[in-house]
Design a protein around this ligand. Structure first.
Ligand code: PAF
Length: 284
């Protein structure tokens, strides 16, 4: 069956109702894969995981203005709707919801959801209000769809924790399912923003994961400050000297890891390659 393309809320509700009571003739389960389009292998892995967990897979494509800062790339965020729909369909997605900005934020819309503690560190320091935008739109998409499962990549690990926390605190009856970061053959984490990189810049970016893995090898034998300075030095040697953060934090609550308690440690990195901001994280 071919994918259904839906652009408004009423259409979404009737498509979901049809699928839920459709050929399976049972209360079929629904998994949602929220995206901003520019579908790549990372999103495809989310759709595959969605299919493993639920009978019906709904992907959403919405470039959410609320999560972009004034100087960020909202206007030039890559758009490729036709290719996106095809890729989602090929992976077995049943419905794609592509709402307009007015459908998500109708006239008079006056709500922001804030998950303050988890949002104040790492990417939240540089990207003020970014996570409020993410939390607000994701809450809307989960409630609009009534999905039983929502699938998110660990590439945006902080986002994953924030969404898990908001779903818990608002008692939204949806299970959040994480998926490992998808990497290309050189280890570079797949991201929509990779397409802004020239091939020379990709060669440089490939070092991010190499340097992180190198740091992981020694992490339990040396001080955290030594780990951080060797990462900085190795990134610098690879031509990456514009660093937003290199931090080691607890995977569950994003609190700082100390030398006395390195349990559940995770390494988080955000760097710039010229104007392109790339993030990555690995378990230590
Ligand atoms: O990860 C993304 O693409 C976005 O932040 C999300 C979760 C679709 C919300 O706009």
């Amino acid at each position: 069956m071919s994918i259904e393309v839906i652009r408004d809320l009423r259409g979404l509700h009737s498509a979901i109702a049809r699928h839920r009571n459709g050929p399976l003739n049972t209360a079929a389960s629904l998994a949602i894969v929220p995206t901003m389009g520019a579908i790549h292998e990372g999103h495809e892995a989310l759709v595959i995981e969605a299919k493993r967990n639920a009978n019906i897979v709904l992907a959403t494509i919405f470039v959410n203005p609320m999560q972009f800062g004034a100087n960020e790339d909202l206007d030039k965020y890559p758009k490729s709707e036709i290719e996106d729909i095809k890729r989602l369909e090929d992976k077995g997605c049943d419905i794609v919801y592509i709402p307009s900005t007015e459908t998500i934020y109708p006239d008079g819309f006056d709500l922001t959801i804030n998950v303050p503690k988890l949002s104040s560190v790492l990417c939240g320091k540089e990207r003020k209000n970014h996570f409020q935008g993410v939390a607000t739109v994701v809450a809307k998409l989960l409630l609009q769809s009534g999905a039983d499962y929502a699938i998110f990549g660990e590439k945006d690990y902080q986002q994953l924790l924030i969404i898990t926390s908001l779903v818990r605190d608002l008692d939204i009856p949806c299970q959040i399912i994480p998926v490992n970061t998808v990497r290309d053959s050189n280890g570079l984490a797949i991201s929509s923003r990779n397409q802004y990189l020239s091939s020379k810049q990709v060669d440089i970016a490939n070092n991010i994961n190499l340097v992180m893995n190198e740091a992981a090898k020694n992490f339990y034998n040396i001080d955290i400050s030594e780990t951080i300075s060797s990462i900085k030095k190795n990134l610098g040697n690879a031509g990456i000297d514009k660093i937003d953060y290199i931090e080691i934090r607890n995977s569950h609550n994003l609190e700082n890891t100390s030398n006395n308690d390195k349990s559940n440690a995770r390494l988080f990195i955000a760097v710039y390659i010229d104007e392109v901001r790339l993030i990555d994280n690995i378990k230590l």
